[in-house]
Structures are given as C-alpha cells and as structure tokens.
Design a protein around this ligand. Sequence first.
Ligand SMILES: [Ca+2]
Length: 100
Amino acid sequence: MYIVFKSDSSVTGRGFSASLYQMPGGCGGRMTAPNGYIYSPNYPNNYNHSEDCQWLISVDRNHVVDLQFLDFNVERHINCSYDYLAVSWVKYFASFCDCK
Ligand SMILES: [Ca+2]
C-alpha cells in the first residue's frame, strides 16, 4: 500500500491520524509494518504548507491492510486540488480530501 499526503502553498489544517493493521486475505507484498499509526506532520497541530509525505506499507503474503482514519482535517476544496491523502494498492486507488 502506498500512501501520499500533500498540501499546497496556502491554508493548512490539523491533518490526519490513522491506524494500520494487517488482516488475513489478499495476496502479495512483504511485511514491514504489522500494525501501528501514521500521522500527518506536526499532528495534532496543523501541518505545514507544501508537504509531500509518502508511506509504503508492505505486508505478508495472504494479508491485506486495514486502514482506519481516526481524524481527518485538511483544507477544503471541491475537487481535492489543494490538500489530500491518496492511497494506492495494486489496482486500487483512492484520494481523500475535504470537498464539502
Ligand atoms: Ca493547503
């Protein structure tokens, strides 16, 4: 699983926290993080402008990753063009932002 967090050059938010656990199921990859947490920089204080953070989560064969957001607060934008968290897993890709 590849996770990217980016912010642009203006307006920041608290960022995010998320828990990670590997669970039976899925296939491929190598285990480097059985469980734990990831945070945006400076969390729970605001992250900085122009952040570019990347996490690579590898798990054991026959395991998948359970990623659960505990908090999520980034600059709001209707098209996620400013600050966002992107998650990719083989053919799966998801992008998270505040587009309310
Ligand atoms: Ca921003």
